[in-house]
Write a protein that binds this ligand. Sequence first.
Ligand code: AVJ
Length: 332
Amino acid sequence: MLSDNRLTIHRLALGGDSNAFARDVRAGLTATRKSIPPKYFYDELGSRLFEAICYLPEYYLTRAESEILRNNADQIVSSVEGPFRLLELGSGSAEKTRYLIEAVLKKQPELHYLPVDISDSSLELASQRLLRLYPGLRITAFAADYFTALQALAKRVPAASDRRTVALFLGSNIGNFGRDESREFLRAVRRLLHPEDALLLGADLKKTPEVLMPAYDDALGVTAAFNLNLLARINRELDGNFDVKKFQHSAVYNEELGRIEIHLVSLQPQVVRIRAIDLEVAFRKGETIRTENSHKFDIEQLSVIARDTGFSLSKTWFDDAGLFSFNLFVAQ
Ligand code: AVJ
């Protein structure tokens, strides 16, 4: 635990937890349909590759959500009665969060910000920067996956009686969850909140494949590098011998389930060794590892999800092009 006056970082997903990575890689690569959970994209290199994705012309999500926040931050913050503290799940570079932090700091002199991120390097970098920018800020950060962090928060960060908690779940991170998992997650968030506390949820909207597909298969190949880095990470951390060139990034839109499905495709029959977990994995030509689902939403769906998880969808903001939604969920 790193701690000074204004910053405390709880490292609950330290490098030492390469155990969980080892376990999940073994389970995922020995299953009939191979998969690896997307949270493992975000080692230090992967987090930086994701930030590069956010600058791509094809990846409209980040720009659309930034536009909403830039244009509406004051109104968004005023829709909940303060004073606040902000709890952010999946804070990353916290670039977009700054709009909300600035809007809050216009209304109250100090703010307690509690970011959670799987990448401790992102968390530390973003926290130091925010503290330099905003003297009124105090940060308690959690380097952990979502469910670990929610458990820790329930134990260590008792519900505040003198201020509202506003939880942030931006960037359509919710899209990684399936139907049941998203509900389990939102119920766990809801348990941390009091009635009238709020969750601000950024969710990408359903749209034509012509717009969706390039966002997940860009011309420069940054998304491909982001996806393939997962194999390189297994090589680095688990002493694997993946030949990354013998796999290819693939993104498919599953219209029926309303989601982009991301895979790594084996370009030939091959056997890969992962020494640290004493595993040999055979791939057929064309066999894939599923690495991510990215669900897309409509407002009706979001309002049902809110109701199912102890919230009520009270307002939605859109960008001018109507690509992305920013939703105020009020705890019931
Ligand atoms: C961080 C989960 C929101 O699904 O759009 C971007 C991750 N994957 N390009 C998304 C991602 C490939 C991203 N989320």
